[in-house]
Ligand binder design. Sequence first.
Ligand SMILES: [Zn+2]
Length: 298
Amino acid sequence: MISDLCGYRHIMGSPLGAFLCPPGYAGPSGLRAIARESSAVVEAARLVRRTACDRVHRRDTPYAGSRPTRSLDPVVLVPGFMAGDTTLLLMSRHLRRLGYRTYRSTMHANVGCTQEASYALERRVEAITIRRERKVTIIGHSLGGLLARGIAARRPDLVDGIITMGSPMLAPGAVHPVLAFDLALVIALRRAGLGSMMGEDCTSGDCARLSWEQAQAPLASGVGFTSIFSRRDGVVDWRSCLDPAAHTVEVRTSHLGMAFDPVVLDAVAGELAQGRERRTSEVRKPARLAVVPDVSAG
Ligand SMILES: [Zn+2]
């Protein structure tokens, strides 16, 4: 049985709860959207060219002048749905070359319960905050951005700011049917006995509703929020990335390419640099840790 939901032909039984796609939003659909995602190959080639140019530049630059200014501010990178930390490895390397101290989320594949993932990430962020004695900036790709926003809202004592890339805050259910199919596959694997995978409750039940509410909660003043989006996004509705709480930055990149396109890397680096300037202009205060919630929740 087929109906129309979120602007595309929706096969009944889709794992995504209808409440995740408010009226007015519509996920990309059809082959043209998939074709737009194929530009990720071009964006990857752009990165290869940039990396080669940077290498030549560093080789031709005197050692003293080539060393970046070391930043002590920690940055945690969180991958998107079905992705692992390796998908943000190129971005991590780029930021390290610029002098940032980057950390993995420790997610091998972002396919688990969103509530469990959220609290596991919170523990990770808290450990880094204690170790470095300063708040972190979280960079999240797609679903990773939603997780980042949820943590930033409930733990402003840990998070200095977040930068999201292609994260559909306003309508996480407005996605291409191919992604909905992938979700259904993950749930089927859960039913088959893989208990650590995302279940129906995580995509259409209380877990999904709670995760989305957390990703919409007000942010404390002083917590920076940049949302990078692209009208060429072939996976999510780009309009759902326009969170009113965010400073928005538009790029012309595919959804997948946001993880490595040099245009996005530059945008992220620019936002981090602004955050660094903001912090150095303020009187730095030590992180005041709040009580850690029950991490087994969800
Ligand atoms: Zn769940």
